[in-house]
Design a protein. Sequence first.
Length: 88
Amino acid sequence: MQNIKQQLTLIDRRTLTVGGIIEIIEYDEENITLFSVMGDIKIKGKQLEINSAFSEKDIVMINGFIRSITFGDNKEKCADNFISRIFR
């Protein structure tokens, strides 16, 4: 496995900055799913919005009230779901 770093910074449960993002899979006001170098990341909350995406390399900034962040180890799961949605 290559030496890949992923950094998350959460400030006051209102601003989340995530590095190592390859793709934004799904996005609405209550759920955001990201595909990262280490697997999928699911963010749940209220009034979520992506403030800036990929402005600096692979960094995504999310604003809103963040209730939970869930990490998945399966690096192919989100990518497979994304590809299958394209061809539906």
